[in-house]
Ligand binder design. Structure first.
Ligand code: FAD
Length: 390
């Protein structure tokens, strides 16, 4: 698809939603036409290309109001601790599982609308599912959905639907979730996976809009939900990766009305994402950067040591760290290893071994000292331990 922001795990969930009940257990689906390079960073780069300014590590602490209407936010720079007052014609709350916290900053009596459901994925070596096809199991013995998808030369197997009460930044997989996936995946993979075979386990929390008070999270709609408060705060929540363009269009159409901007036809639906290329050759190194791959290769020409791999088990090279700091707003070792490259998600142990060199490369770019490097490496290793099963 043009634009390319369709991570494979996203599409498979859509297929689950569409085909549950129609696919035979163990049916395989061909995924060869789905680009693998894109992620949220490329969306942020797209808005930079369009003249906007994204800011990371800036936490909203409260709202500014004028005549009882929202006129901006109070925000804290999480690196320096400095607070700012930022004025705006319109403020949009798009904070996922933290939606209710922000709604209560606007109105402490606001009704909670989010129910949270945790999902877990396990990563295995590709030998557990050779080839390019994914497996979808619409109904496991206990009625859940299971899938196994080839991903960056590994296999991602998921997922679970565990109700959780607290919105936290670093959710951890429950033992029961890991056991569920291991037990059921064994029926469909070429070898029975054990805990020792898990290269990484990661959990995420889905923000589900629960206006009807349902207790069964799998039954709650995955549709998105747009809300405008009495003070003019726009909230967009629920939805899915696969519907982000429609979510954006609906939200901006509403924002135009509230801010009194000139009404225009939305161009979101067909907008090309930063890095767009007509043809992506997935066998090419750095293909997941799209058109930016050329600039990253140039870095290695001007400084050949940046062409070295950071770890023998993963494809990432040193130039990707430099690039992430210069062009993708990466500030920490965790940013680079978890959210710019996918090292943490693909092989947690290898990523821990990459941390010292990664810290050194970031420190060169941002002019940090040895103490900063050491603190970063310790903090990263502490975090990455949670991505290995006990
Ligand atoms: C396990 C799992 C599997 C999924 N599978 C699929 C799938 O197969 N297909 C699909 O389409 N979707 C899937 N989803 C859903 C999809 O990932 C989410 O819909 C999407 O990530 C939500 O994006 P968002 O931007 O709304 O929220 P988020 O990605 O959660 O972003 C919210 C942002 O708000 C920031 N924030 C919070 N509070 C503040 C504050 N006070 N100040 C500043 N910033 C703040 C947070 O740091 C965060 O960056 C899945 C989700 C999970 C957890």
């Amino acid at each position: 698809r043009s634009g390319g922001l369709y991570p494979q795990r996203t599409v498979i969930r859509d297929i689950a939603d569409t085909f549950i009940g129609n696919l035979a257990p163990g049916a395989t689906i061909d995924f060869i036409d789905i680009p693998r390079f894109a992620n949220a960073v490329q969306l942020a780069q797209t808005i930079v290309d369009l003249g906007s300014t994204p800011i990371n590590y800036m936490k909203v602490m409260g709202f500014l109001k004028s005549n009882k209407m929202i006129s901006g936010v109070r925000a804290k720079d999480m690196e320096s601790g400095k607070e700012y007052e930022l004025n705006g014609k319109v403020v949009i709350n798009a904070t996922g599982i933290f939606t209710d916290t922000i709604l209560k900053m606007d109105n402490p009596a606001a009704k909670e609308i989010i129910t949270m459901s945790q999902g877990v994925h396990l990563i295995f070596d590709k030998e557990f599912l050779p080839g390019d096809s994914a497996i979808m199991v619409p109904h496991t013995a206990d009625g859940r959905v299971l899938f196994a998808v080839p991903w960056h030369n590994k296999v991602v197997v998921g997922t679970t639907e565990t109700p959780v009460k607290e919105a936290i930044l670093e959710p951890c997989a429950f033992e029961e979730e890991i056991d569920f996936i291991l037990n059921h995946a064994a029926k469909y993979l070429t070898k029975d996976p054990t805990r020792k075979d898990v290269l990484s386990v990661f959990a995420g929390i889905r923000p589900l809009v629960n206006l009807g008070g349902s207790k069964e999270t799998a039954a709650i709609s995955r549709d998105h939900f747009l809300l405008v408060s009495e003070c003019g705060l726009i909230t967009i929540t629920g939805g899915k990766w696969t519907t982000y363009r429609k979510m954006a269009e609906d939200t901006i159409d509403q924002a135009v009305l509230i801010a009194g901007l000139e009404e225009r036809q939305s161009i979101t639906k067909n907008m090309r994402i930063h890095g767009w290329l007509k043809n992506i050759d997935a066998s090419e190194a750095l293909h997941y950067y799209g058109s930016d791959a050329i600039a990253i290769k140039k870095l290695t020409e001007s400084q050949p040591s940046l062409g070295d791999k950071l770890h023998e088990r993963l494809p990432f090279i040193k130039a990707e760290v430099t690039w992430a700091v210069r062009e993708e707003m990466a500030r920490t070792v965790e940013d680079v290893l978890a959210r710019r490259t996918r090292a943490l998600l693909l092989d947690a142990k290898a990523s821990m071994e990459m941390a010292p060199e990664t810290a050194k490369l970031i420190a060169v770019e941002l002019d940090y000292d040895r103490d900063w490097e050491n603190e970063q490496v310790s903090a990263y290793k502490e975090l990455a331990k949670n991505y290995l099963p006990a």
